[in-house]
Design a protein around this ligand. Structure first.
Ligand SMILES: [Zn+2]
Length: 440
């Protein structure tokens, strides 16, 4: 790809675009008064699109909570549109813990550093770079492409993707498929072979609060109805429980591919032995063979010598596709009849098949840029904006392509200290996306 002043190569421009985005602090604190950077990032994106003739609209769900949506008309309008979505917000970063300032956008040792470098301003910038290149050189996609840059993904998407999907449905008219985070990244098997994990499923989000009630009283007296004791027992039972292994079609397909490529014997009744051999990504994959329930918060009491009448705990549960009701029943059994369960978030799991033209186009684009690429489907243990867009009947994939060095612990960088993206990986992503979006 050649470059001159009026037509910078997208592989060069992506670095500047990503850097600019990283320098805009879009920290999502979970509170509208302090999550203030999204508007600036949204204006930046809209301006970069306007510069090349793409009209983008900013949709605010609350003051400052800004989402950007644009549509690029394809040459075959009869085909279903493709939604390409990325969030602009990031989780907080404590500068004292970092090797570089988290909002400096510094380039060091071949990496671009900053909060959001892989989650997910890298993809935001790649998409911008490809679209700007197309507009400058007269490339048009065959199908309509809808671009959505969202707010609030890191706090549940109420002010972002859910707001857009519920209040601005028309923006997504005709969208049949979507790509977004967390997929398309490489996992090195050897010098010549890399798995590229394409997200075809994600677990459901089942956040709940346990409520224990007891008899309030004086801390010095005999007391057999203590809410704190009852809650603590229930929380311990939930926290220590191991839910049964259930291998879904996505995880089965992933494990079969991985066993084949690594030469590991796969016992379908004992997938954990194979997963344990995966190294750093075992954390992610291991969480996709069962429902999970992790206690995350406890609250009770107001004085050292007063037994409170109530105690509450928050449990972060993640359910496998189709298992949310079963998980609820399992939890009721575990906590017992005296503890009340209240859902504070309940979003279903997603799962689609790893086949069809879109998957073929992803795989072909990866192989063209990396002859050692072996695309595989996988299930994400977390949740993304795909949950909101799938409510519109859109088939969602995680495909934000990145080629990563073999020794990089990628999963640890998500919400982690010293988040960074390899510059050449970012450029690889632009080339893959360019091919994919032209052919999909
Ligand atoms: Zn993200």
């Amino acid at each position: 790809m050649t470059s001159d002043a009026s037509r910078p190569a997208p592989t060069d421009e992506v670095v500047d675009l990503c850097r600019d985005l990283l320098r805009i602090d879009t920290t999502n604190t979970g509170d509208n008064d302090t999550s203030v950077g999204e508007r600036r990032a949204a204006e930046y994106v809209a301006e970069k699109l306007a510069e090349v003739g793409v009209t983008a609209e900013i949709h605010e769900s609350a003051p400052g909570r800004a989402n950007v949506v644009a549509r690029i008309a394809g040459t075959e309008p009869g085909r279903g549109a493709l939604l390409v979505h990325g969030h602009l917000d990031v989780v907080p970063a404590d500068a004292d813990e970092w090797s570089v300032h988290p909002f400096s956008g510094e380039i060091r040792d071949g990496y671009l550093w900053g909060r959001g470098a892989i989650d997910m301003k890298d993809f935001d910038a790649m998409v911008l770079a490809v679209v700007r290149h197309w507009q400058r050189t007269g490339v048009r996609p065959t199908r309509d492409i809808v671009l959505a840059y969202t707010a609030d993904e890191e706090a549940g998407s109420d002010y972002g993707a859910h707001f857009l999907a519920q209040r601005h449905r028309d923006l997504f008219d005709g969208c049949t498929e979507a790509i977004g985070e967390v997929g398309g990244f490489s996992y090195s098997v050897s010098d010549t072979q890399r798995l590229y994990l394409i997200e075809t499923a994600e677990k459901g989000l089942d956040w709940l609060r346990l409520h224990a009630k007891g008899r309030p009283g004086h801390g010095s007296m005999v007391h057999d109805d203590n809410a704190v004791t009852a809650l603590a027992e229930a929380v311990a039972r939930v926290g220590r429980h191991r839910f049964p292994v259930v291998v879904t079609p996505t995880v089965r397909a992933f494990l079969e591919e991985v066993s084949d490529v690594l030469g590991i014997e796969l016992d379908p009744d004992d997938p954990e032995t194979a997963i344990a051999k995966l190294g750093p990504i075992a954390n992610i994959i291991g969480a996709t063979i069962r429902n999970t329930a992790n206690p995350t918060r406890l609250a009770a009491g107001y004085k050292d010598n007063v037994i409170p009448g109530r105690a509450t705990a928050t449990i972060d549960c993640r359910s496998l596709p189709g298992q949310s009701e079963l998980l609820e029943a399992q939890l009721r059994e575990l906590v017992g009849p005296d503890i009340a369960i209240e859902y504070i978030q309940r979003q279903p799991a997603l799962e689609t098949t790893f086949d069809g033209d879109l998957v073929d186009a992803m795989s072909a684009a990866l192989r063209a840029e990396d002859p050692g690429a072996r695309p595989v489907p996988y299930m994400l243990s977390g949740g993304t904006d795909a949950k909101a867009f799938s409510q519109l009947g859109i088939r969602c994939f995680g495909f934000a392509p990145l080629r990563l060095p073999a020794d990089l612990n990628f999963s640890a960088l998500f919400h982690g200290i010293d988040e960074r993206v390899p510059v050449d990986g970012l450029q690889f992503g632009v080339r893959v996306l360019d091919r994919f979006l032209r052919t999909c």
